[in-house]
Design a protein around this ligand. Structure first.
Ligand SMILES: *Cc1c(COP(=O)(O)O)cnc(C)c1O
Length: 487
């Protein structure tokens, strides 16, 4: 893409007097702002013709890498293919053109879709009821912890201020607990990567509000001691919180409610369709076991046997205006209904099979610190042979040259050279085999031609960036040149 528009900002494409629009005359009366509220000079907006605008943004979009372009094995993020039918439903005019304040009797279909997803998630999770209000996984965590706090307060038990979080947890867990005003206490992992139950026992007392867990945990390992952990946590009066951001491996295998969890969130934008690179859009529904339903936030959708209603109460927890991220909710419902009970059962087992297939095919050339059956993802600790100094960062950058998105790197923090791979169930054996051969090839290059790997990527529009400098001295604004006519 060696043309004059490439790599420029839209401001730099600007030429005085060019435009790409002509607005119809306004049908409503115009009002003039008082003089002191009006700007003295024109805003410096880019002036471009339509062709330039279209090419500019199309070229930028072509630089993006998504699941639609290629394999995206980003651990802990479940970047799987989202069927196009989910997008079609979300874009249907009857849904897309709704107004959030519309009377219930004019949008029964939308309310029914909402209600059915609430019920479907409850069935999948083995819990009693769900709210679809939270806008992301972390927002769901905060909502869930607010529910847990309300539960303790309702019983007059106000001394419970601590949340126990495993050291392998996703960073949002301690962050959400802190935002909720609770104190974070870390429980260690054992050598085998699972929660150290003896360490946990030591931490449990009547100041603990909840234990947050991810299962399979961040290492992709199934926490086998959950029945015992749940028993201990409940015995001390605290509740069990399940981080279900990555519910993918559990689909068809087991349900958090049956394992003893009281409250959980699900990331619709990981497990149940919706492309979610680059920070959105998201949805983090929260479910509770029987007995906690009254603490769920409102508004929510209820069914009285003949019609659906949006139930709003002034009391209790509120985490957002209206009902949440409706288009994401529609995609999730479409995804669940189009797979159906029979096929949704295959998601977890196939995601698990794919992850183990890659792990077993690469563990002789990449270091596998915990060699056991994994679930949907697993973590290597860099190359097995580190003698040439090639790091996980170098491997990740070299993968870009071969057309793959990099796996998650340097997370979890339990190992120095973490390389976390999650293939998901939507990849074919051919894609997995190609990826395996490229990973093996890079391991070979690391021995025979380490400089090429260390200086990768070589084929991307921008080479290796100085990410430390970018983090320390970020340039967040664009200084407009006077009379910028970049071309
Ligand atoms: C992605 C993720 C989250 C946070 O979800 P967001 O929607 O990004 O806020 C929480 N926990 C785990 C385990 C995750 O993978």
């Amino acid at each position: 893409m060696n043309n004059r528009l490439y790599g420029k900002l839209i401001f730099e494409c600007s030429r005085q007097g060019r435009k790409a629009y002509s607005l119809p005359p306004s049908e409503i009366a115009t009002h003039t702002l008082p003089g002191q509220m009006r700007r003295q000079t024109d805003a410096q907006l880019p002036e471009c013709d339509e062709t330039t605008v279209v090419r500019h943004y199309t070229n930028h979009s072509a630089n993006n890498f998504g699941v639609n372009n290629g394999f995206y094995p980003l651990g802990s993020c479940t970047m799987k293919y989202n069927p196009a039918i989910d997008e079609e439903t979300a874009a249907m005019k009857g849904f897309a053109d709704l107004h959030p304040m519309q009377p219930d009797d004019t949008c029964q279909g939308a309310l029914e879709a909402y209600y059915r997803l609430q019920k479907a998630l409850a069935a999948i999770a083995g819990l009693s009821e769900f709210t679809l209000n939270p806008f992301a996984g972390a927002h769901g965590e905060l909502t869930g912890l607010m529910i847990i706090r309300a539960y303790h307060e309702e019983r007059g038990d106000t001394k419970r201020t601590k949340v126990i979080v495993p050291d392998s947890a996703h960073g949002t867990n301690p962050a959400s607990a802190a935002v909720c005003g609770l104190e974070v206490v870390e429980v260690k992992s054992r050598e085998d990567g699972c929660v150290d139950v003896d360490d946990l026992r030591r931490l449990l007392d009547d100041s603990v509000a909840a234990m947050m867990m991810t299962n399979p945990n961040t290492l992709g390992l199934f926490e086998r001691d959950i029945p015992e952990i749940a028993r201990l946590v409940h015995q001390c009066g605290a509740l069990m919180y399940y981080d279900g951001a990555n519910l993918n491996p559990l689909l068809g295998a087991c349900r958090p409610g049956d394992m003893g969890f009281d409250v959980m969130h699900i990331n619709l934008h990981k497990t149940f369709a919706t492309p979610h690179g680059g920070g959105g859009p998201g949805s983090g529904p929260v479910g509770v076991r029987a007995g906690l339903e009254h603490l769920l936030p409102t508004p929510r959708v209820v069914f009285d046997g003949t019609a659906y209603h949006m139930e709003r109460t002034g009391e209790g927890i509120h985490v957002g205006a209206f009902l949440g991220n409706f288009a994401v909710i529609l995609r999730a419902l479409t995804y669940i209904l189009s797979l159906g009970r029979e096929h949704i059962r295959m998601v977890g087992p196939l995601a698990t099979l794919n992850a183990n297939y890659i792990k077993e095919s690469l563990k002789d050339v990449y270091r596998l610190p915990i060699d056991r059956l994994c679930k949907h993802e697993f973590v290597f600790d860099g190359l097995a042979d580190k003698s040439t100094g090639v790091t996980t960062m170098d491997v990740a950058k070299r993968l870009l040259d071969y057309g793959y998105h990099a796996p998650t790197i340097y997370f979890p923090l339990l190992f120095h050279e973490s390389l976390m791979i999650e293939p998901t169930e939507t990849e074919s054996i051919d894609t997995l085999d190609d990826f395996i051969s490229v990973m093996r090839h890079i391991a070979e290059e690391a021995k025979t031609d380490p400089e090429t790997v260390k200086s990768a990527p070589h084929t991307t529009p921008i080479g290796r960036v100085d990410d430390v400098l970018a983090a320390r001295q970020p340039v967040l604004t664009y200084r407009q040149l006077k009379n910028a006519e970049g071309l």
